[in-house]
Design a protein around this ligand. Sequence first.
Ligand SMILES: Nc1ncnc2c1ncn2[C@@H]1O[C@H](COP(=O)(O)OP(=O)(O)OP(=O)(O)O)[C@@H](O)[C@H]1O
Ligand SMILES: [Mg+2]
Length: 242
Amino acid sequence: MVELVIDNLVAGYGNVSVLHNVSIDVGEGQTVALLGTNGNGKSTLMRSITGLIKPTAGSITLRDEGTDIDLTLCSPREIVEHGVALVPEGRRLFPLLTVEDNLILGAYRREARDTLHDNLDFCFTLFPRLGERRTQQAGSMSGGEQQMLAVARALMSNPKLLLIDEPSVGLAPILVSQMIEKIGELRDSRGLTILMAEQNFNQAIKIANKGYIIVHGEIAFASKDATDLRENEMVKSYYLGA
Ligand SMILES: Nc1ncnc2c1ncn2[C@@H]1O[C@H](COP(=O)(O)OP(=O)(O)OP(=O)(O)O)[C@@H](O)[C@H]1O
Ligand SMILES: [Mg+2]
């Protein structure tokens, strides 16, 4: 299992910095919620971890069985090879390709090629709906089905660290609950370390081991554990209007 340690990260776009000294820690096998409303920097943090934008200061360390890998020095491709997978905001599927072809494309990580068939079986067991629709064009599936496919495609790379950018967005409440439950199951069955950006606080706390609230690119609150997240006054006032 891996741990993700982000220390004093500064990142943004061009001359505009969006993240200001962000420090977070996702322990081995933990699911950590990154909570924040629109435009506060959740996706920017996800893009920094996956190497899509280069931070201007700070460090992002993937600790893999005692070996530290500084992800800020790696290309996006190398980061994938180190076992980091992102379920991006907006899903980014290949709409004209079938469900199965989208999944196969998720297995481009070198280490994942040998286990492609086992991983396909795993995804179809996790989300039976995808198995029933393996030959359907991804773009013609419902929003909920596309979100399942986006998560499954990330799993096809045999990740150690799974980053999920707003799994619940655009889904009906019942599907949100199901998706959150599946993510919780994955952590337990695959020993994954998970960082999940969410706006849906009530759903996120069902599975989170702890959480952070990001406001204007700064960590405004870091919880010690799940109880602390659930019961903290600042969290309540921020999310529940109490
Ligand atoms: N490509 C870009 N170029 C310039 N600014 C950007 C770019 N992408 C995002 N930003 C800005 O960075 C800030 C943080 O955006 P980000 O997408 O990280 O927020 P978010 O928390 O993911 O929001 P949402 O919940 O709406 O997805 C915003 O002010 C946004 O306008
Ligand atoms: Mg976002």
